[in-house]
Design a protein around this ligand. Sequence first.
Ligand code: PEP
Ligand code: MG
Length: 590
Amino acid sequence: MCCFTPVCVDLSTICCNLVHMTSSPAVQSLAALSIGAGTVLSGVPVVAGVQYAPVIRPGRVPAPDELSAEPDIAEADRAAEASRFTAAAAAVAQRLRDRAGHATGVASEVLAATAMLAQDRAWLGAAEKGIAQGAPAVRATTAAAAQFVDLFTQMGGLMAERVTDLLDIRDRVVAELNGLPEPGVPVPDVPSILCAEDLAPADTAGLDPTLILGLATTLGGPTSHTAIIARQLGIPCVVAIAGLSEVPVGAMVLVDGTRGTVTVSPDPAEATAAVEEAARVTAAMANWTGPGATADGHKVAILANVQDGAAARAATETPAEGVGLFRTELCFLSRDTEPSVDEQADIYSEVLQAFSGRKVVIRTLDAGSDKPLKFVGHPDEANPALGVRGIRITIGNPGLMERQLAAIAKAAERTGNSPWVMAPMVATAEEAKIFAAQVRAHGLTPGVMIEVPAAALLADRILEHVDFLSIGTNDLAQYTMAADRMSADLAALTDPWQPGVLALVAMAARAGAAVGKPVGVCGEAAADPLLACVLTGLGVTSLSAAAAAVNAVGTKLASVTLTQCRDAADAVLATASAAEARTAALKALE
Ligand code: PEP
Ligand code: MG
């Protein structure tokens, strides 16, 4: 999955939605609530696993109004107040940078991106102006953030999503100015379940999985940042849980990331047994060494999704048989200028080297929408998710694709590992034809991603031109269900278990089988062990997921037969909702 795009350079740059942490006040007693012992709250399951522990919640952020009632600053003191503000913003940024330095991979990028936002000139300038006019630093901070919040809200779309970033930074700076601990996740005394309305990436990125055993949020979707980080940490996670805000701090809860439930104050013996059973399953997973196959030997390659050389090297520690999706755009999110062919070749070589002699699928730049690249020069669009993104960026800039393909060919030559190359967001057979010719001209193997419903519907015609398909279920769900994948409110619609989405997956898989060409899945759907079995039953030939999910997917697939997978696929296609689809699959596969 991923729309994980931790680039934040300045406030005029559209970037991904760094979700703001809004801490719900802890409710003190179960008795006063509509939930009681044994209440089962349901949400969207994101990372499998079961944990039983007390609830903790992120620290409360003082409401800006409570803090901004101070009188104006005397003219003589304004310079000092401005310095106090600058120092607070710098301290917040430095703390985030330090954490970035200690984190790795995606987590590090998220923290670095948030640090950059804290030092953004536009909003720092607005706050400094307010202080120069007499506002105390806290009020100026709040007003400067509000100014941009209003602006972005009016602009709508992706700019509106930037609002959450700003509020997160505002709260950090305000806390710093008031000498309060920075809002965020407390370090618990005992291993705990972190429950929140939603979580800021800056907080989830630094979580210690030995202390935070599971995540549960009221908001968020299966492709939200909380979900991505939980998957990276390998801790059970359920999102979009109605009623979660009523569960008090300290209450014991059982989080089931497979079923998507949070049970409040369950029977301790039953809860402990459930955790032990899940641990047995996890231990069995560790024993799985690949390659991917069903119990009766039907082979399905299990691959890893990576974003750079470091992630690829980390993935070689798992039984992943190769790389099914190398998201190249994530290498260049902070770049102002296009990387040279040589520079690109160096980066691509690292991934090809890590999986030397094994399959690597490189995706050409999927820039645009929630992943803008400065050097691409994206147009200002009202609906960027439906705009010039993915392969469409080459319409006005054909050299960009040509240079990337030249760099990939160079890396292939240098490493002796010739990758498959696929384009994102292909919508027509004509686009596939043009792309395939370009890729073949570089001696590489062309394929396309199936993320647009039109491409799934015409997969047979697209396959006349390319050698393989890879289904991006994150975007396929977004476009099939007409539901923004970033929207927490629409998480139930962007659930890859939606039978409408799976019907399109089935169509693409059938088209591949008819001509004997591989059709993989590289969206988050492939990271869900149960759904991976359904995808296998639908005829998918490879599954590419976050490295942390590889063992779980491989283990589950090895425990079922191809007939069970096909029965599950048939049952799922006959359902009318995501919930029914899950239940039908569980029945066929357990
Ligand atoms: C997808 O859309 O499923 C996919 C793999 O691409 P991304 O998440 O990077 O958009
Ligand atoms: Mg996509």
